[in-house]
Design a protein around this ligand. Structure first.
Ligand SMILES: CC(C)(COP(=O)(O)OP(=O)(O)OC[C@H]1O[C@@H](n2cnc3c(N)ncnc32)[C@H](O)[C@@H]1OP(=O)(O)O)[C@@H](O)C(=O)NCCC(=O)NCCS
Length: 188
């Protein structure tokens, strides 16, 4: 849900700027946080295989995900937008965050999936902040969409700062992240 792509977004969002030098350390493991590209698809698909059904459901808001390779091929990288993953030194992916244009409004959606055994260590927040910092986001409002009982997302949104108490419609929260709308870059 919410991974729609609009033609205008396609024109405005680039995926060619590398994010370099970002790392995240936990218990002696140093993760590299960088843009996820086509060559990372098998690692991302394997990460999905290590996630619980609950986490996958919360990420994709769907009971049955279907062909994971097809989902990953569409999302890594997204046709319009940005994907940033967390990778172990062995090349395993353990988390992935996205920023993609929304199909129903002039805004981008932030979405994230952290492998269950890596959750609650600050990785989701770190990835969210990184993905919000990409230059392509400038000037656009940012939303998080989640089921109304997704407390971790609410906590994440609170840490990012949400604009108002999230509205709940048909069991889903639609949360605008405060401070996420920066002026679009002016002419050089
Ligand atoms: C939501 C998600 C991305 C958060 O990632 P994470 O790495 O576990 O989050 P962090 O460790 O960075 O924590 C961010 C905040 O959320 C809180 N949080 C994380 N998991 C929580 C949980 N299970 N219950 C309550 N709070 C939780 C943290 O305590 C932290 O808040 P704090 O700093 O005020 O204590 C992760 O739980 C996940 O992948 N869930 C499944 C998919 C999903 O729901 N995606 C979001 C919809 S797109």
């Amino acid at each position: 849900m919410g991974q729609g792509v609009d033609a205008a977004g396609l024109a405005r969002v680039r995926v060619d700027r590398p994010v370099g030098g970002e790392t995240f350390q936990l218990d002696g493991t140093v993760l590299v946080l960088r843009r996820a590209m086509a060559q990372d698809r098998s690692a991302v698909a394997a990460m999905h295989g290590r996630c619980t059904a609950k986490s996958l459901h919360r990420r994709y808001l769907a009971g049955v995900l279907g062909d994971i390779d097809r989902v990953v091929a569409h999302l890594v990288p997204p046709p319009s937008g940005v994907a940033i993953g967390a990778f172990t030194p062995e090349g395993d992916c353990v988390a992935l965050a996205h920023l993609v244009p929304m199909s129903d409004r002039d805004a981008v959606e932030l979405a994230a999936l952290v492998q269950d055994d890596w959750q609650r260590y600050g990785l989701g927040l770190r990835l969210a902040r990184l993905v919000l910092a990409v230059p392509e986001r400038a000037g656009r409002a940012v939303f998080l969409l989640a089921e109304a009982d997704n407390w971790p997302v609410l906590a994440l949104a609170r840490r990012l700062g949400y604009r108002a108490a999230p509205g709940v419609t048909n069991g889903f929260m639609d949360i605008e992240i405060a401070g996420a709308t920066l002026p679009a870059p002016g002419p050089a």
